[in-house]
Design a binder for this molecule. Structure first.
Ligand code: PEP
Length: 249
């Protein structure tokens, strides 16, 4: 039985004051026995969020990581640094990184490997654009993004990772994939992994991301291959984020 997981991606939002308020709200949440909660703040807020949530079961992740261990890479942050500052997760391959910062499948795979080398759990994002969906390319594209990581890290690496299916057309747009559309892609992801290892496939947490809200979370989570959510906008509103977490618990 897979545990539920809800992860908040705060993107480049927040101030000292708003982050302190969010942490206060998160500390008041009641944890569920069968679902976990994590938040991914911008880098600079990670230490205060880790400290603020230390007495809770809520874990912290980063939104990106360098594929390099250290060196002259101005502006980058290594996986080792994230681990030292108390991160448990790191998002790799978010579509905003892929489209705005040209993170290729190869670079995403290298970031995935760098994260695992220091014990971080990568949250690998995959997903298609609207044009790719309309061209019927969704399943092939998602499979290619997944195989790029499996080819480089090996199938067992997925036993210590999370996959997030995030259709680009649903991110921050208010358009959510229907539960049937999401379930179809999640099932495909699990089948692709199962071809290499049925054990890894059975244990893999696959999250859905794309305009998940308090009022659509439960119908998404009711599907057998949807194990939780990666939540952008709604993770900045504590009541909404709490309701999504409650739907997963
Ligand atoms: C995201 O950024 O990963 C995301 C899913 O955003 P939103 O929930 O705002 O669509």
């Amino acid at each position: 039985m897979r545990r539920g997981l809800v992860v908040g991606n705060w993107k480049m939002h927040g101030s000292k004051a708003s982050v302190a308020e969010l942490v206060t709200g998160l500390k008041r949440l009641t944890s569920h026995a069968d679902a976990d909660l994590a938040v991914c703040p911008p880098y600079v807020f990670i230490p205060s969020v880790v400290d603020g949530l230390a007495a809770t079961d809520i874990t912290v992740g980063a939104q990106n990581v360098s594929d390099q261990a250290e060196g002259a890479f101005t502006g980058e942050v290594s996986a080792g640094m994230l681990a030292e500052f108390g991160c448990r997760y790191v998002i790799v391959g978010h579509s905003e990184r892929r489209t705005l910062f040209a993170d290729s499948d190869k670079l995403v795979a290298a970031k995935f490997v760098a994260a695992q080398q220091v014990g971080l759990t990568p949250i690998l994002c995959v997903g298609e654009s609207l044009a790719q969906r309309e061209a019927g390319e969704t399943l092939t594209l998602v499979e290619e993004q997944l195989l790029a990581v499996i080819d480089s890290a090996g199938i067992q690496a997925l036993s210590k990772a999370v996959v997030a299916y995030e259709p680009i057309w649903a991110i921050g747009t208010g358009k959510t994939a229907s539960p049937e559309q999401a379930q179809q892609v999640h099932a495909h992801i699990r089948q692709v992994v199962a071809k290499a290892s049925s054990t890894v496939a059975a244990g893999l947490q696959i999250l859905y991301g794309g305009s998940v809200k308090a009022d659509n979370a439960a119908e998404l989570f009711a599907n057998q291959d949807i194990d939780g959510a990666l939540v952008g906008g709604a993770s900045l509103q504590i009541e909404d984020f709490a309701a999504i977490y409650n739907a997963a618990g």
